[in-house]
Ligand binder design. Structure first.
Ligand code: 1HN
Length: 349
């Protein structure tokens, strides 16, 4: 029997289901087809947010509330298929944050892990675990879980970045803790650049012992990642599904930079048409450079710089580019890999 076939309902069976419900029991055979599906089924739908619209709404929000009063002035990019859930995919959260000139987002910490992908910046900063880093366009910045973090903007221009968090995962496990520091800014205990020097030079301090699953590097500057892709393209070895796609790593063990969220940067050349690809990790794509088109099952989604596109689990995609194009992306792939759940399929059918 296919797991799809639910047994036929009869009056006697329905009476039985109704009788056991007040006793907090449910007949597995009456619901099994809905919970053990032969392929991933999700309420998450493909969707795109245009950066120009998100940015304009954030500037409106800045007239209504300060970053300090809001704690974080963020517009959640909520998947329309998951309305009311604050989720962009079933397992992940996405928002866009704005800090206006002179503002601070006060120090707090929580058990949710966060990534920042900088969309527009004249030089704001974030402080994480006692160290400050400047946030420039395209930088991928990590806030590990339970690390104190605050943000600030001492420039004359608003700064905008994308926030990716594992909020639904932490919610799933009922493991949320959070607290404020009671100060706008945490004490700075280490010089800027310290973690990059210690862990980002293809060296490690001798005797270094890994004590957290998150990368000790917390800023992966765009200039370095982009240079790597540009250097690699000379070899003209394009992956049929991804172009050139690199994952951000934890230099201590070579694994993903964050334990719950996998992040990648990919370059596709002008005129690229990818082979079809699908995977079990619903993915959030962020346009960085150039323009492209994502075919997601039957939908056609054109994207440009800073636009955000979400692709649900097991939805076949095809990339097309009319010019050189760069995409940042994140998903829950590290969790699925650890649990033995991750699957992908390359090519047709
Ligand atoms: C958070 O701490 C930040 O620190 C951004 O910038 C978004 C969404 C939910 C919970 C905490 C931040 C957040 C968040």
């Amino acid at each position: 029997m296919s797991p799809n076939d639910a047994p036929e309902n009869t009056q006697a069976r329905q009476q039985f289901y109704d009788a056991i419900e007040p006793e907090s029991m449910r007949a597995l055979w009456s619901v099994m087809a809905g919970i053990i599906t032969p392929e991933p089924k999700s309420d998450c739908i493909p969707f795109k947010w245009r950066y120009s619209s998100v940015r304009a709404r954030l500037l409106e929000a800045a007239e209504l509330i300060t970053a300090k009063e809001a704690e974080r002035r963020v517009l959640i990019l909520e998947n329309p298929g998951l309305a009311g859930s604050s989720k962009v995919t079933t397992s992940l959260y996405c928002g866009v944050q704005c800090v206006m000139p002179g503002e601070v987002a006060p120090a707090h910490r929580h058990t949710q892990s966060a990534l920042r992908f900088v969309l527009e910046s004249a030089g704001g900063f974030t402080a994480v675990g006692g160290e400050k880093t400047e946030m420039s366009f395209g930088d991928f910045v990590i806030t590990p879980n339970w690390a104190w973090h605050d943000h600030g903007n001492d420039t004359n221009e608003p700064i905008f970045w994308l926030d990716g968090l594992d909020i639904p995962v932490v919610q799933f496990f009922d493991a949320s803790f959070a607290e404020g520091l009671g100060e706008d800014q945490q004490p700075i205990t280490r010089p800027t650049g310290d973690s990059t020097a210690r862990y980002g030079a293809n060296m490690l301090p001798l005797g270094y012992a890994q004590h957290t699953p998150t990368s000790p590097i917390f800023n992966y500057p765009y200039a370095r990642s982009r240079d790597a892709l540009e250097q690699m393209r000379k070899y003209e070895e394009w992956d049929p599904c991804h172009g050139l796609r690199m994952r951000y790593i934890n230099p201590v063990d070579g694994g993903w930079a964050m334990p719950t969220i996998g992040t990648c940067l990919q370059l596709m050349p002008k005129g690229f048409q990818s082979a079809p690809y699908k995977s079990t990790d619903a993915t959030v794509y962020v346009g960085v450079e150039g323009r492209g088109r994502l075919r997601v099952r039957d939908e056609v989604i054109d994207w440009g710089p800073r636009d955000v596109v979400v692709v649900p689990s097991w939805h076949e995609i095809i990339h097309e580019t009319a010019e050189d194009a760069v995409l940042f992306s994140y998903s829950d792939r590290p969790i699925q890999e650890k649990l033995g759940l991750f699957r992908e399929h390359r090519g047709n059918a």
